[in-house]
Design a protein around this ligand. Structure first.
Ligand code: PHE
Length: 357
């Protein structure tokens, strides 16, 4: 068959010159597609004499194979080149030093909450939680603070709003963590041993008061728990927390939800205008406590004829200020980065009782 060499030379040259995969595909169609030049040539075989066909057939088939192979090779080469090009563009120097980013810190309140939790967990206390917006029943009534009780007014409570015409008592921002006592007893009954750390709210603002602050509630109910257990537990806690033996002083007090009730002071000194806990002849009030009032047990669905126990409520911010020498409570919640960097903790300083906190 005439002209096969020219045909081969022409197609191979065009294939070699294809600049991208689209151009290559056009060439393939023009050569081997249904109406491609080589396909049309193959169709001519039918009109040939057997002798002619015997010579032209294999030659055309060989040409077709050769062109196919050239197409495939060119396609692979173009693919490699495209990848090469992309890699050049996406090149990344993994040895470059990383961009400097300031690391955040753990807030002293978070840190101290973890410390408190670790110590009480070690004494077998579980952690309970309750809502920050609560009904007046949980925050007051169930804790033996009826509607007319002066404690309601003393608490500087934030009230939520009810819809117009809705005369039910409004919900409150909880004024203490004590409602968690009720919620926990309701759900779990007795015996129990829990702490409940969390945010509480009172309309108050000065160097030692902020409208939002943190408390940790403690509750231990069993058949024969006494004030002695309370005193031991608290002294054990404060000594672990401050890392030194801390004496406590119980002062008779009054809370509607405990009977008897005591405010607890810890021993400290005021040398040179700074407080040091665990030495000296001064006392600092840090919490309220007492034996859970029978009416409170009842409200929580626990039979006061069978069970009794102690409860306490302690200011987390307060003991954080004492332990870490932070003078002004308000700064806790100003989100001043300089303050946070100064008083904050590394995320790696995970409190653990065995590590001495
Ligand atoms: N709820 C009391 C307060 O906020 C503290 C307290 C808790 C007192 C538990 C006695 C028992 O002041």
């Amino acid at each position: 068959m005439d002209g096969l060499d020219d045909l081969r030379g022409g197609w191979l040259q065009r294939i070699a010159g294809a600049s991208d995969e689209a151009a290559l595909e056009e060439i393939r169609v023009a050569a081997l597609g249904k109406k491609g030049e080589i396909s049309l040539k193959m169709r001519e075989l039918g009109k040939m004499s057997p002798e002619e066909r015997q010579e032209a057939g294999p030659a055309l088939n060989a040409l077709k194979d050769e062109v196919n192979a050239a197409l495939a090779a060119r396609k692979a080469a173009l693919g490699d080149a495209a990848l090469e090009e992309r890699l050049k563009g996406e090149w990344l120097d993994v040895t470059l030093p990383a961009r400097y980013r300031r690391v955040g810190t753990i807030h002293p309140v978070s840190q101290v909450t973890e410390e408190v939790t670790a110590i009480f967990a070690d004494m077998g206390f579980a952690v309970a939680e309750g809502p920050q917006i609560d009904s007046d029943w949980y925050n007051f009534d169930a804790l033996n603070i009826p509607g007319h009780h002066p404690a309601r007014a003393e608490m500087d409570t934030f009230y939520m709003a009810r819809a117009e015409g809705d005369n039910r008592p409004p919900h409150v921002l909880r004024t203490h963590t004590s409602p968690v006592q009720i919620r926990y007893m309701e759900a779990n009954g007795a015996p129990c041993r829990i702490i409940a750390p969390g945010r509480v709210y009172r309309a108050d603002y000065d160097q030692t008061h902020t409208p939002m602050f943190h408390q940790v509630e403690g509750l231990a109910i069993d058949r024969d728990i006494s004030m002695a257990n309370l005193k031991w537990t608290l002294e054990e806690f404060f000594s672990a927390f401050f890392g030194t033996k801390v004496k406590t002083r119980f002062r008779a007090s009054h809370f509607p939800f405990t009977e008897p009730s005591a405010e607890v002071d810890i021993q400290c000194s005021w040398e040179g205008g700074t407080v040091t806990v665990g030495e000296g002849n001064d006392w600092l009030e840090v919490l309220g406590s007492g034996m859970v009032h029978p009416k409170v047990l009842q409200a929580g669905g626990v039979d006061p004829a069978e069970w009794q126990g102690f409860a306490f409520g302690m200011g987390i911010d307060r003991i954080a200020m004492l332990k870490y020498g932070i003078p002004d409570l308000r700064a806790f919640f100003d989100s001043d980065l300089r303050w946070l960097r100064h008083y904050g903790f590394s995320a790696l300083q995970v409190p653990a009782v065995h590590a001495g906190l």
